[in-house]
Design a protein around this ligand. Sequence first.
Ligand SMILES: CNc1nc2c(CCNCc3ccccc3)c3nc(N)[nH]c(=O)c3cc2[nH]1
Ligand SMILES: [Zn+2]
Length: 372
Amino acid sequence: MTDFSFELLGADGGARRGRVTCAHGVIQTPAFMPVGTAATVKAMLPENVAATGAEIILGNTYHLMLRPGAERIARLGGLHAFMNWPGPILTDSGGYQVMSLSELRKLDENGVTFRSHIDGSYHTLTPERSMEIQHQLGSDITMCFDECPPYPSEKADVARATQLSMRWAARSRAAFVNRPGYGLFGINQGGVHEDLREQSAQALKEIGFDGYAIGGLAVGEGRALMFSTLDFTTLMLPTDKPRYLMGVGKPEDLVGAVARGVDMFDCVLPTRSGRTAQAFTRRGPVNLKNARHGDDPRPLDDHCSCPTCRNYSRAYLNHVVKAGEIIAAMLLTWHNLQYYQDLMADIRRAIESGTFAAFEADFQSQYGQGDI
Ligand SMILES: CNc1nc2c(CCNCc3ccccc3)c3nc(N)[nH]c(=O)c3cc2[nH]1
Ligand SMILES: [Zn+2]
């Protein structure tokens, strides 16, 4: 079995081109990871997710422990078999989702106790339990159990949450079952504060991880503050390990974060937007509910090779969106995931050819021009 590894293949300014090797396959970076919350990338068959170019998808401890249960998935052969996704899977550790989805009961040194948003039953998540669940799921990449402070927060509370998360990172590392090909990522915290980010980075490097995520961002701080935080945070993290910016983001966010040294991303935006009639194009987002599309025979994006753009007009998409037809979510989700994967492929090519700065400038000049 191959070991978990990251190869840095090249760089262009702050942007990096790499490759992650794990048990279920290889991931070219910079990479965008579609989100598969409840063991499905919503409105997509797994083979069609793969057809977009996605090499790794996300699962979630919080959702799967509540339903159908991690032990049940383990009995059925693990998450890869259960959801018919043969490629790499990264699972988040559940802490973030508890804070954002459940009726929180209490958070203390040991972990969090909460009520299920599904049936109100009580559950406890600790670093040890989170590691056990992610092991039962069979994740290629396990995330440390952490606490993501909301934004804005008093600096003192960010410091408290950061120090707790570093103690939980050590407990996560101790509880993680080491297997060749399976990795554990630490999660850097510290809000927008350089000193707290530094303390967190030092603590994580002393423990030692296979990759380093940047948490605590994309929580409402805005793009400028996210980028300025990235400007100093990525430099604190090891250069020979992958850097994963959690929960990001819009296409403009991806390009700007790659420029600042980020290798991996996840975001619900392309899939969630696919269900709310929003489509991404190289000139910016388009709302297919808008009546102006009602007679438009053109495809969404004539540069896109996805089935939606090859076989359907905007007029048709406008119709099925307004009619609330299931095919609307299917076609727009597929297109959005393809758009994100094509953007990442263009980014990887630009870094390989040393033209990323020109790519970024060209992207920013075209994107957001509004739709023709
Ligand atoms: C949107 N902004 C944002 N997301 C963040 C997440 C969740 C990332 N997405 C995981 C996911 C997995 C499956 C299904 C749905 C989502 C974080 N996760 C952790 N553990 N820690 C963070 O600091 C943290 C910060 C975030 N900011
Ligand atoms: Zn398309």
